[in-house]
Design a protein around this ligand. Structure first.
Ligand code: ZN
Length: 238
């Protein structure tokens, strides 16, 4: 049997030739995969109409060597575009999807990442907070094994005055041990998210640490995405 079924989040799509499209999605059981959706303009365009970025779909796919073929699709949850979603929420959804794309390998199923993507997109649409995107991206880093060390200074072990961060070792430092300055409140938010206390963070009244937290997580994502590209043998310089 080369046909298989899965539930998937649509990540992105691009044209293939005159009438077809390639759709990239994250399947609950198959992981990240790409499939050809045939006949965008033809009689079988019914499937393509459902395969919108951020939508959640039940799909039947024909397994190919590199590319699968979309046989059938049914909508589970429509895409997030529309008057009911704010622009910054839509941008956050795109950033979450792009980061999953950059950090996860093809065809390596991880149901926790599927759940993060599915639940994360719903939360972005329904319960916006300035801490939300950073929390989702940090959980993603943690699931991929890139959680920063923030419980104690990574050089001397002290647990107070954690006011620095060393991006080389991805760890917090105390004010004596050096590193880039970061507010202790930001380190505290990172710790809560890593302890799976995201609800608590989202309920928090946002202060100046919200921007610092988002900046720190963005920097961590950039560091690790760069490393995973290099380890995949992609040449970054000519
Ligand atoms: Zn120290």
């Amino acid at each position: 049997m080369k046909n298989y079924r899965d539930r998937a989040v649509v990540m992105r799509s691009w044209p293939l030739g005159e009438a077809d499209r390639i759709v990239e999605m994250y399947g609950m059981e198959a992981g990240k995969l790409r499939a050809v959706s045939k006949g965008v303009r033809g009689r079988r365009s019914r499937n393509s109409g459902l395969m919108q970025v951020t939508a959640e779909v039940d799909v039947m796919l024909w397994r190919g060597r590199d590319l699968d073929t979309l046989v059938q699709a049914a909508l589970v949850r429509p895409n997030l575009v529309g008057p009911e979603i704010e622009l910054d929420a839509y941008q956050a959804a795109c950033e979450l999807i792009e980061t999953v794309d950059r950090l996860t390998p093809d065809r390596q199923p991880n149901p926790q990442i599927y759940r993060l993507l599915s639940t994360g997109l719903r939360m972005i649409a329904e319960e916006w907070s300035p801490f939300l995107l950073g929390s989702l991206l940090l959980r993603l880093l943690q699931l991929e094994g890139y959680a920063p060390l923030v419980g104690a200074c990574s050089l001397c072990g002290r647990r107070d005055r954690l006011e620095r961060f060393d991006f080389g070792s991805s760890s917090a430092r105390c004010s004596d041990c050096g590193g880039e300055p970061v507010a202790p409140e930001v380190i505290a938010v990172v710790q809560r998210v890593l302890d799976a206390r995201v609800r608590e963070v989202l309920a928090q009244r946002p202060g100046p640490e919200a921007g610092g937290f988002e900046g720190l997580v963005a920097r961590l994502v950039a560091e690790h995405a760069g490393r995973s590209l290099r380890s995949a043998g992609v040449r970054l310089t000519p």
